[in-house]
Design a protein around this ligand. Structure first.
Ligand code: BDR
Ligand code: CA
Length: 308
């Protein structure tokens, strides 16, 4: 099996991505490293542990990362995911605790344990991965794949007019990461928009008689209502699409390779992902950008995650 390490800030769409990863029999989730982002670190760690419990995967170690962005404070996304990040439905926390090891150190250690084999998928702000890179810049050499949910490759942001949440939450971390990795696979917000899930389909799937569907119906209720009110008939599960691609990278996929860098300053553009579409900078193509993914396969992967 392919070892998979997931850096995540659960988060309702993170939860769906994690269920997808656990359900995939070609991959073995070797750990969850947890970032702050959608909500504060105490909640994202608690949610990661709860998700493992619900998935029957209490064997998967959970490592807490760093509570704040590297340089400047940032606002969370509690208005999307609920104050507790899982829809404010009073879940009983898992009895398990996070490991003592810091997420950044766990990333480095696991990159040695699974050297040359490991796929690292980042579903939240890139703070932990930036710290790991500062501690050991040779990290990229030991990864087989590195995939990020983040960015807005044509400037259609979701948290500012031009920036996407995961990058805008900690732009310095994103800058460190995209500068250090020779190659990153990027599933951005615009790919998410191109692969919406119809609310009426999602509601049908979530009505199924499985523990995972019941749990997911509960934690996603608030965000799905918010999404229907503010965005219309499609629901956008960014992290789930990124994970779909991470798990099934072959066939039915349209990608482009381009240089990508992060805007750190600017009155309106901080946190933007600047894609050099016309290759004017001479910088190397450091990213593979997801443009299109087989929608039927994505939806089948979502149903599989829910135990359908
Ligand atoms: C990203 O931001 C978060 O709110 C989601 O979990 C996802 O990772 C989408 O912009
Ligand atoms: Ca996320």
């Amino acid at each position: 099996k392919i070892p998979l390490l997931i850096d995540t800030d659960p988060g309702v769409d993170d939860a769906l991505a994690l269920l997808m990863a656990f359900a995939d029999d070609r991959h073995d989730v070797v750990g969850l490293t947890v970032a702050a982002g959608n909500v504060g670190l105490d909640y994202t760690v608690r949610n990661a542990l709860k998700l493992c419990e619900v998935a029957g995967r209490d064997d998967v170690p959970v490592f807490a990362g760093t509570p704040d962005p590297l340089v400047y404070p940032a606002e969370d996304a509690a208005h999307v995911h609920g104050r507790d990040g899982f829809g404010d439905v009073d879940l009983t926390p898992s009895a398990r605790k996070a490991e003592a090891e810091h997420a950044a150190l766990a990333i480095l250690r696991l990159s040695h344990v699974h050297a040359g084999e490991l796929t690292l998928v980042a579903l939240g702000p890139l703070t932990n991965i930036a710290l790991a890179l500062k501690l050991d810049p040779t990290l990229p050499q030991r990864l087989k794949r590195f995939l990020v949910m983040g960015g807005a490759i044509n400037g259609h942001g979701n948290i500012t007019p031009v920036a996407e949440f995961n990058i805008a939450f900690d732009p310095e971390a994103a800058h460190i990461v995209f500068s250090a990795f020779p190659h990153t696979e990027v599933a951005d917000w615009e790919a998410t928009i191109a692969h919406g899930l119809m609310h009426r389909d999602v509601e049908k799937w979530l009505a199924a008689d499985t523990d995972k569907a019941r749990f997911y119906e509960l934690i996603s209720r608030k965000t799905r209502l918010w999404s229907e009110d503010s965005r219309g008939e499609y629901w956008y599960a960014a992290d789930a699409l990124a994970m779909a691609w991470a798990l099934q990278p072959e066939g039915g996929i349209h990608v482009e390779q381009r240089p990508l860098s992060i805007e750190l300053t600017g009155n309106r553009s901080r946190g933007a992902t600047v894609v050099d579409w016309n290759r004017q900078t001479g910088a190397p193509d450091n990213t593979t950008l997801l443009i299109g993914y087989d929608q039927g396969r994505f939806e089948a992967q979502v149903r599989g995650a829910l135990g359908l």
